[in-house]
Design a protein. Structure first.
Length: 188
């Protein structure tokens, strides 16, 4: 009887460890792409924010920059600049008070000289109730040539994604074929 108990205990341990390994190996993500981590973004200096378009100036205390770095590289040729909306509302609206959604500027894609080279179709890392995941990859000369935006949406219509933003070498900008959304999960 004791051997059977050990057998089942070993089997349960094996199954639980297998499910952890499988969930980690088949989790979110795309081969060759990195998921942008909002914890790796840093506050953008107010002097730099003042050089952005005027609609950004009001939010200077809540603007962060996120560097899109290639694995093993410390420098980034491309970054995104965005307003941390939750921080803004947490600071400017009293707890429990309703707030009116503002017309925030969309997240910018910039080069290493902070020239605007594109815009995300959603505000990162949070846009009202949705939260976009930003994946970047397909590197050429230190530049991610493709940026994918998958949006987590708790509303009835559910999750959706956009056409990828593709680096256009001729115009030195990121372009998206269509801004239409596709509901569901992006095929792997």
């Amino acid at each position: 009887m004791l051997k059977i108990g050990r057998y089942f205990a070993s089997l349960l341990l094996f199954l639980s460890m297998s499910s952890v390994l499988v969930s980690n190996s088949y989790g979110k993500g795309y081969k060759g792409f990195k998921l942008l981590n909002p914890d790796e973004c840093s506050q953008l200096d107010k002097k730099v924010v003042s050089q952005l378009p005027v609609e950004w100036h009001k939010y200077a205390d809540f603007v962060k920059i996120c560097k899109l770095k290639e694995k093993g590289n410390t420098d980034a040729k491309v970054s995104i600049i965005s307003i941390w909306i939750n921080d803004y509302y947490d600071t400017t609206v009293p707890t429990g008070a309703p707030h009116i959604w503002e017309n925030f500027p969309l997240t910018l894609i910039v080069d290493s000289n902070l020239h605007i080279i594109g815009k995300l179709p959603e505000i990162y890392p949070m846009n009202d109730i949705t939260s976009p995941d930003v994946y970047y990859g397909k590197w050429k000369s230190g530049i991610p040539t493709e940026i994918r935006i998958d949006v987590n949406n708790p509303a009835v219509e559910g999750d959706y994604y956009y056409s990828p933003l593709i680096w256009d070498i001729k115009s030195l900008n990121y372009k998206m074929k269509s801004k239409e959304v596709t509901y569901g999960r992006r095929p792997k």
